[in-house]
Design a protein around this ligand. Structure first.
Ligand code: PLP
Length: 456
């Protein structure tokens, strides 16, 4: 199909997610036709390095025949059956075992969903059910973080702290509130009246959690939900002091920890789960995305023993589930994906080789005149665009520097995402050192061109 014909159909009938419908109608969509390795290709013949692994999900890269074969074999054997009412099938049972093998030792159960958003809806219901089964129904509040992202369903967006989402579509789920994010570059270094070191800032963010708990009532808080590293909020890597201090606060008030692993899971930070990098012991871990490398939609909640035992022993029937909970074909593909990540030593390679190499090359971009900070962890990186390198002052919002840089990147062959004026990358975990060099080269070129156009 020709580019323009495809764009015309799309414009006439397709309402895109996270898109200004009217602006898209005027500009027309980019038409992506195929992909291999770390590259996507468009209908005009361009090859583009996918610095975002789709939406942080194509961990194993594009075009893996083994995943196609796993899907085909399962489609022939048993394309679909549900897991409601005491039925199961081999792919879901095997996937459950594999996930619990890979997860920290206190996690031995999983509840399957079709997406990360559904996983977080499940979290909300599970957490409240847990406390009511424990005889503490007053523990209802869930604390999330400003700019956290936990999905687009009503529960997912309520747990998340994205103000523009809260402002659209009616009231959020009651009993959820948010605290500040541990965003050193954006908020910490600019703060006044406290020791301006990242470590002091990390502790101050944990103190904000404690203050919120005391404000709500120390026996009223059920859970704290956070991504180990905030992804969609801007690849926000917390200061080293943050997680130990948060853990201590949660233990003090007996509050469950929900670590949203939808982005950080399956190797992104060089461990199977981001929680392991920060030495967390979450009670619940929502997962999705890299679980199947995005080849088919599947998510779930990994449930720690404390919660699982109560749900199993005391709970009776849990009136919750999705038609596609544990979908056999999605489960077969996810299982094969995990087997390949393991057999090819990809998680270790991110930890020991690619992550450190990206850190070295990415930090060179920190020298660029419009970059205030370059940070990375594993295969996730961010650049903070600034108008004044010495003071870290941002560009005027009306210039939309981040969107400009993103569009220049795309036009020159790199997918880099912008969150305001923070540029983000999270490439497939199979990227090579040479491809990292190419990514850094394309990013530098785009920064030069962005600087040039902003100066016009
Ligand atoms: N949680 C996190 C941390 C995410 O980044 C996302 C999606 O980007 C979600 C949940 C929602 O997942 P999904 O889009 O599969 O519903």
């Amino acid at each position: 199909m020709q580019t323009q014909a495809c764009q015309a159909l799309d414009r006439a009938h397709h309402l895109h997610p996270f898109t200004d419908f009217k602006a898209l109608g005027e500009e027309g969509s980019r038409v992506i036709t195929h992909a291999r390795g770390v590259y996507i290709h468009d209908s005009d013949g361009h090859r583009i390095l996918d610095g975002m692994a789709g939406l942080w999900c194509v961990n194993l890269g594009y075009g893996r025949r083994e995943l196609v074969e796993a899907a085909t074999a399962q489609l022939e054997q048993l394309p679909y059956y549900n897991t409601f009412f005491k039925t199961t099938h081999p792919p879901v049972a095997r996937l459950a075992e594999k996930l619990c093998d890979l997860a920290p030792s206190h996690i031995n159960h999983v509840f399957f969903t079709g997406s990360g958003s559904e996983a977080n809806d499940t979290v909300l219901r599970m957490v409240r059910r847990y406390w009511s089964l424990e005889g503490k129904p007053e523990k209802q509040w869930i604390i999330g973080r400003e700019n956290g992202y936990h999905g687009s369903t009503v529960a997912g967006m309520s747990l998340g702290g994205m103000a523009p989402m809260h402002d659209q579509g009616g009231p959020c789920v009651p009993g959820i509130t948010h605290i500040r994010q541990p965003y050193w570059f954006g908020e910490g270094r600019l703060g006044e009246g406290h020791d301006p070191s990242p470590e002091a800032f990390g502790r101050a963010c944990a103190e904000a959690l404690e203050a919120k708990i005391l404000e709500l009532g120390e026996d009223k808080v059920a859970a704290f939900i956070a991504e180990p590293v905030q992804g969609a909020g801007g690849a926000i890597m917390p200061p080293a002091s943050y997680w130990p201090a948060v853990k201590a606060v949660l233990a003090r008030y007996d509050i469950l920890l929900v670590a949203d692993e939808v982005i950080c899971g399956f190797g992104r930070l060089g461990e199977w789960f981001g929680s392991q990098h920060f030495d967390l012991e979450p009670d619940l871990m929502p997962i999705a995305k890299g679980l199947s490398s995005g080849y088919l939609p599947i998510g779930g909640v990994l449930v720690g023993d404390r919660v699982a035992e109560t749900l199993i022993e005391e709970g009776g029937e849990f009136f919750h589930g999705f038609t596609y909970s544990g979908h056999p074909t999605c489960a077969a593909v996810a299982l094969k994906n995990l087997e390949l990540l393991e057999a090819e030593g990809i998680v270790e390679r991110v930890r020991e080789d690619l992550g450190p190499y990206l850190a070295e090359r990415w930090s060179e971009l920190g020298e660029h005149p419009i970059v205030g900070e370059a940070r990375s962890l594993g295969l996730m990186g961010a650049l903070e665009l600034v108008a004044d390198k010495a003071t870290g002052e941002r560009f005027d919002k009306s210039l939309a520097a981040g969107s400009l840089c993103r569009d220049i990147c795309f036009a020159t062959g790199l997918v880099m995402r912008s969150v305001g004026d923070t540029m983000i990358i999270a490439p497939p975990l199979v990227i090579t050192r040479d491809e990292i060099d190419e990514l850094v080269h394309l990013a530098r070129q785009a920064l030069d061109e962005t600087a040039r156009r902003l100066a016009e």
